[in-house]
Design a protein around this ligand. Structure first.
Ligand SMILES: *Cc1c(COP(=O)(O)O)cnc(C)c1O
Length: 385
């Protein structure tokens, strides 16, 4: 990319670059140590297996799990599908009921929709205007037949963090399994399976400075799932297929690094984010913040600017790489379902931007972003008058 094709990256919730140390850790497993971890009869296989098991321990370490409770997948989308379809089908009985929330990622909402077509009863809970789930509403929604709750830890659009520990306590009391999509929280904020009292938890390599195409599902000991993929019986029969050793190694290295850097990264990003918010809200009229300011992912801002369509604004600031609403739907200018769940009208939702900071964000980037946004909003508004 030329410099003009390299805008300032402020879209770390869509994906993150692979950390160079992660790439270094992966490299030997492509050419020299290329063995199949399922080969038990020679050192090529033994070495690959050792690397995968080390990586499994690193993933487990980040979330306070045991290595045996980690299943490697192709990413958080697959982890969510395996958790939701696998748990519901394993616990299927007449009237079985599944609860989720309207602000979930499509990778949760769609498998839940699939369960509904299979005959499961489904409740999709709304949220408060600040994006947080009301625990009383959840309690009221639970039935004797409820088998699974799926509630994300931190939201990919608005960064709002749910009170999972309380949901976990409630679920456990009723014998309901709790799954959480932690693709955005793992590596960014404290995400420990015992504190959160989750039974199943999804994470993704490319959201925590690891490679794309790999993720993990935490499955609490004793929880049996129905697999989605059948074959050689890899991953304790839960996910057949030869493991992508370099990707597993990369995910492990990325988890270890995120664990070491989490506090410093979070502090730095929250400071820059707060500075950016003070500047934007001070220098642009009619700016509002979507979602609770706390608890919230340290690098996330989701804001609206009255009277300025986000698609137009993004086209007017090619120097910045950020997202309007949710990355997954931003190819089509459709109002985000998450912002809709907060109670925003479709018009207001189309005036929103997601800015997400990460490890590469420098103070100068944030100031440049504030300068550019303030200037271009002024231009767009001036043109209209
Ligand atoms: C990115 C993301 C996913 C999808 O993860 P992949 O690894 O890309 O499949 C799922 N849920 C959330 C909350 C995400 O942010």
């Amino acid at each position: 990319m030329t410099d003009s094709a390299r805008p300032i990256y402020l879209d770390y919730q869509a994906t993150t670059p692979c950390d160079p140390s992660v790439v270094d850790a992966m490299r030997p497993y492509f050419v020299e140590d290329f063995g199949n971890p399922a080969s038990r009869t020679h050192p090529y296989g033994w070495r690959a297996r050792e690397a995968v098991e080390d990586a499994r321990r690193q993933v487990a370490g980040l979330i306070g799990a045991r290595a045996r409770e980690i299943v490697f997948t192709s990413g958080a989308t697959e982890s969510n599908n395996l958790a939701i379809l696998g748990a519901a089908r394993a616990r299927s009985r007449p009237g079985a009921h599944v609860v989720t929330c309207r602000t979930e990622h499509r990778a949760v909402l769609d498998p839940v929709g699939r369960l509904e077509r299979e005959g499961f009863r489904v409740t999709r809970l709304g949220v408060r205007p600040d994006g947080r789930l009301d625990l009383e509403r959840l309690r009221d929604a639970l039935l004797p037949e409820t088998v699974l709750i799926s509630l994300m830890h931190a939201n990919n659009e608005i960064g709002v963090v749910q009170d999972l520990a309380s949901v976990g306590a409630l679920a456990r009391e009723r014998g309901i399994w709790l799954h959480s999509d932690a693709a955005q929280s793992a590596g960014r904020i404290e995400t420990r399976v015992d504190e959160l009292q989750v039974d199943l938890l999804s994470l993704s390599g490319h959201k925590l400075y690891g490679p794309k195409g790999v993720g993990a599902l935490y499955v609490r000991r004793g929880r049996r799932l129905e697999p989605l993929i059948y074959g050689g019986g890899h991953e304790a029969g839960l996910r057949s297929g030869t493991l992508p050793v370099p990707l597993c190694v990369g995910l492990g290295a990325a988890c270890a690094l995120s664990g070491e850097r989490m506090d410093a990264d979070a502090r730095g990003q929250a400071e820059l984010r707060d500075h950016l918010w003070r500047r934007l809200s001070g220098e642009i009229d009619g700016v509002w913040l979507n979602g609770a300011s706390k608890p919230r992912l340290p690098g996330n801002l989701n804001l609206g600017i009255e009277g300025v369509a986000s698609q137009e604004l993004l086209a007017a600031v090619p120097e910045l790489a950020l997202s309007s609403g949710s990355a997954c739907t931003s190819a089509v200018p459709e109002p985000s379902h998450v912002l809709g769940a907060l109670g925003l009208s479709p018009e207001r939702a189309l005036e929103c931007l997601r800015i997400s900071l990460g490890r590469g964000t420098r103070p100068a980037d944030v100031d440049r972003a504030a300068d550019l946004l303030a200037e271009r909003v002024g231009k767009l508004r001036g043109r209209r008058r």
